[in-house]
Design a protein around this ligand. Structure first.
Ligand code: 6CM
Length: 245
């Protein structure tokens, strides 16, 4: 019985990931559940930063100890890609520098916690007139039924010390994607029959001092830009790839 139990556990690893004894295991489970349950969250009372067809980007102004941590919530729907494909391109580092423009260098893999969970360090472009930022976060992907989610969330577990002159941003980000199948729920044969609904949410604390007005201005410009660039990239990248629903 013992050996069949361990076999069962081993065979579950690729989708359930982390060893339950790992110090990050509980935190990842809790944070991911919160994001998973936020699908369809209300944007009431939030400021609409951008609205362009199916693309909507909202922000609420929130300050914590004098720093702007304005939560962002964005929605978009794109044709020709599945939830799995979009989430994979957000999570898998092989695609990161193709769409991510805020980075100064390629992400550093500090640890592979499981086949679906990485511990990463990212170093960002310096935003004048503030210090350069980095971030250390676990990045987890999970799939259930029509939905795939990626969560990127800062942690101190396994984080290297801060390089001098740098500050560390704290982020809590998720991208939840849902595949919209054609009428009747049949599996599509062509990409034109497939749509992906996306919900992106971000809460970023700048870490050290940064002028609020500059941050807010950059956020207002960069989040809509990210949503367009990233979703456009996904649609384009999968065009000649076999469908993965
Ligand atoms: O979620 C996004 N990217 C993920 C993978 O990199 C990850 C990163 C989140 C960091 C979000 C905060 C960026 C703020 C950087 C300010 C300094 C750079 C300014 C350079 C201007 C070109 O979850 C997409 C993040 C989209 C941010 C707009």
């Amino acid at each position: 019985a013992a050996s069949s139990m361990s076999l069962l556990r081993a065979s579950r690893l690729p989708s359930h990931g982390l060893d339950p004894e790992h110090p990050l295991s509980q935190e990842i489970a809790t944070v991911c559940q919160q994001h998973w349950d936020s699908w369809g969250a209300s944007t009431e009372g939030m400021e609409l930063l951008e609205s362009d067809g199916p693309l909507e980007v909202y922000r609420s102004c929130l300050e914590q100890e004098g720093a702007a941590v304005d939560p962002i919530l964005a929605r978009h729907t794109v044709t020709g890609v599945s939830a799995r494909e979009v989430a994979e391109m957000f999570w898998n580092l092989q695609y990161r520098l193709d769409w991510e423009r805020t980075l100064d260098s390629a992400p550093i893999v500090l640890d592979t916690l499981a086949s679906d969970t990485l511990l990463l360090q990212q170093i960002y472009k310096r935003l004048w007139p503030t210090a350069q930022r980095d971030s250390v976060f676990w990045s987890h992907i999970r799939h259930a039924e029509q939905r795939t989610m990626v969560v990127n969330c800062s942690t101190e577990v396994g984080a290297p010390p801060l390089a001098s002159g740098r500050q560390r941003m704290q982020l809590n980000v998720s991208l939840i994607c849902e595949t919209e199948l054609p009428e009747g729920g049949r599996l599509p044969t062509e990409r034109s029959q497939l749509r992906c609904r996306m919900q992106y949410s971000a809460r970023v604390h700048p870490g050290g001092w940064a002028p609020m007005a500059v941050l807010r201005q950059v956020a207002k410009r960069e989040y809509p830009r990210f949503m367009r660039r990233f979703s456009g990239y996904c649609v384009d990248r999968v065009k000649h790839m076999p469908l993965w629903v």
